[in-house]
Write a new protein. Structure first.
Length: 177
């Protein structure tokens, strides 16, 4: 048995018949294998479509909070709009280049099936933050946009900039119009 580590697979051709080889395509060539072990994060969906609706994008951060209480915890994990973003969005990816001041911030963008756009902002710092950026700096089309924060339902008026206020290790998830 051979293990090919650090080999970025760009396409998988999974064998449809027992005994046939699977093909794992990389930028360096193709690997034939009777058996495949696919290990990775939630971004495997496009590579393995049969897993796409079984994966949830979750950061690999460990966070400890004060006890939420059952009602608050249940409200967070059963939010239908957030689950819909997880299950039905595509083109999910982090922004690589963020504006000055965003050193302790991570931003993810995604698209919905009907053309809607989603924006998630994560504060990695141990202290609260207050920033603002244009929509274009956050990976979306330039111009004015309205948004709704999906955890709280809070609506933001149409504006050319997004004000971001997050507690230490906080996050927001917007549906952007």
């Amino acid at each position: 048995m051979s293990i090919f580590e650090n080999s970025w697979v760009t396409r998988l051709d999974v064998a449809q018949n027992a005994g046939a080889d699977n093909l794992a395509h990389t930028s360096q060539g193709t690997v034939r294998a009777r058996h495949l072990l696919v290990a990775g994060g939630a971004m495997l969906g496009p590579l393995v479509p049969s897993l796409a609706n079984k994966l949830m994008d979750i950061g690999t951060y460990v966070a400890a909070t004060e006890p939420l209480g059952e009602e608050r915890a249940r409200a967070l994990i059963t939010n239908k709009e957030v689950i819909a973003v997880d299950q039905r969005s595509h083109d999910n990816h982090p922004l690589e280049h963020l504006p000055t001041g965003f050193e302790q911030v991570r931003v993810w963008v995604a698209s919905g099936k009907a053309g809607e756009r989603y924006l998630a902002v994560f504060n990695l710092d141990d202290k609260p933050l207050s920033l603002q950026a244009t929509w274009q700096q956050l990976g979306l089309a330039s111009g004015k946009h309205a948004a709704r924060e999906l955890w709280s339902g809070h609506r933001l008026q149409s504006s050319g900039r997004l004000p971001i206020r997050l507690p230490a290790h906080g996050c927001v998830l917007y549906s952007v119009e």
